[in-house]
Design a protein around this ligand. Structure first.
Ligand code: GDD
Ligand code: MN
Length: 413
């Protein structure tokens, strides 16, 4: 009877959940593909899956050309024990037993951390993902794709007999994700897929902090993704064991979407933009006093307000161009580009001013809110509008994309 599996290396010992990162390079040598199999109570499935994967991949990649990594969260049915016993027959099989830690996505990343190949992949253990598709996913990566996803929503794809409720839930979750993270979930036709392969370097050194099941969304949301390939597959019925999906996973999914959404909001830039906005407020107030106050020039209120508002917009533009969006402005140097940004900024802030007046009146007249509180709320909302739209339009860079410097890692040699 083989002894209890020893944790592989200190780096793989279960640690508190936190940003997980995959090292930048695999182990040089013949081994190319590392396929991770997350398991929880899959003792009846793991044997057949490993046998079918070996029969498929041995002729294609050779025994040394790939590894299978089972990551088991200390399953009560001792799946890790069954998997460990299989290592005698399948030397390309490795087993990680996590104790005191649960979760499909983090298990997959743990497996990728231990992986030695430069092509990383994941497949469910319950044979609902047909093993044959792995070879095609690998081919697509070899063919140049950074990410190859097995999809139920492209040609040749589908699900076997799913109830209408399950279809509606899955589609509903996808729609919600497209609303919150269009740039992420819109990259693939099946963002909920748990079956895909990727080039290690697109996530090398990137801190990952997924929640629940949707590891693919985390990879697309944080990875340095170039081309994506998709392979149709039919998601089959489970024969042994049960799905671990509970309603809690839907809550985790929503939290995951919001966490990624927040991660994509450039908070530092937003704070700088808001600070610049306060200087604009001071300019606006100061000039409104200078122009319209009877003790000063005493001009008409509307004329004074339009002049002071315009001066505030120009002030904000200059500070934002020199500070908040300095790096973006630096990519389009010269007076012509700057003037074009100022025009866009002016139009967008002008629309913002209009929105401010409408919102103020709505809150004051319809919701009977205190006028100053209503004004504060309106300014807050319009600041978000001005920030986001100006980031997307005024400081949008249309030239040739720069090669993004990988976060805290060096490209594989
Ligand atoms: N290590 C570990 N820890 N593995 C887990 C855990 C966990 O907490 N929970 C589930 N797994 C393993 C299961 O043992 C199985 O191998 C795989 O993750 C998928 O779990 P299922 O519970 O069978 O998921 P599903 O079939 O409902 O949903 C799957 O397919 C969907 C469609 O592609 C998942 O892959 C979903 O992510 C995917 O959206
Ligand atoms: Mn399943």
């Amino acid at each position: 009877m083989p002894a209890d599996p020893q944790p592989l290396s200190p780096a793989l010992v279960p640690t508190p959940i936190g940003p997980l990162a995959v090292s930048d390079a695999g182990t040089p040598g013949a081994l190319r593909l590392s396929l991770v199999i997350p398991t929880y109570n899959e003792r009846k499935n793991v044997g057949e899956l490993v046998a079918r994967l070996a029969a498929l991949l041995d002729p294609q990649l050779g025994r040394d050309g790939y590894e299978l990594i089972v990551v088991d969260d200390d399953s009560p049915d001792k799946t890790w024990e069954v998997a460990l016993a299989l290592t005698a027959q399948y030397p390309q099989l490795r087993v990680i037993r996590r104790v005191g830690e649960r979760g499909l996505s983090t298990a997959v990343i743990r497996g990728w951390q231990a992986a030695r190949g430069d092509v990383l992949a994941v497949i469910d253990a319950d044979l609902q993902h047909p093993p044959e598709v792995v070879a095609e996913l690998y081919q697509r990566i070899q063919g140049g794709a950074d990410l190859a996803v097995a999809s139920r929503n492209v040609e040749g794809g589908g699900v076997s007999n799913w109830s209408a409720t399950r279809r509606a839930l899955s589609r509903g979750a996808q729609l919600l994700g497209l609303l919150i993270l269009p740039g992420v979930l819109g990259r693939v036709s099946d963002p909920m897929s748990g079956y895909f392969a990727l080039r290690r370097r697109i996530i090398a050194g990137v801190p990952l902090s997924p929640l629940g099941y949707k590891i693919l969304i985390e990879v697309i949301g944080r990875g340095r993704l170039g081309t994506v390939a998709e392979v149709g597959y039919v998601f089959r019925e489970r024969h042994e064991g049960e799905s671990k999906v509970t309603w809690r996973l839907y809550v985790e999914y929503l939290r995951h979407l919001l966490r990624l959404r927040l991660a994509k909001v450039p908070l530092g830039r937003l704070v700088r933009f808001a600070l610049v906005g306060t200087t604009g407020l001071a300019v606006d107030m100061g000039l409104l006093y200078l122009f319209s106050d009877p003790s000063s020039l005493g001009w008409g209120l509307t004329r004074s307000k339009l002049l002071s508002a315009e001066a505030a917009i120009v002030n904000n533009f200059l500070w934002n161009d020199l500070w908040t969006f300095r790096d973006l402005a630096a990519r389009q140097r010269g007076l012509r580009h700057r003037f074009r940004r100022l025009l866009k900024f002016n139009v967008i802030c002008g629309i913002g001013l209009g929105m401010n007046v409408v919102l103020l009146n709505l809150m004051f007249n319809l919701l009977h809110m205190n006028r100053y509180l209503a004004n504060l709320v309106a300014i807050g909302l319009v600041t978000l509008w001005n920030f986001w739209v100006n980031l997307k339009l005024s400081w949008r860079y249309t030239g040739a994309p720069e090669t993004a410097a990988p976060v805290g890692s060096v490209e594989p040699g």
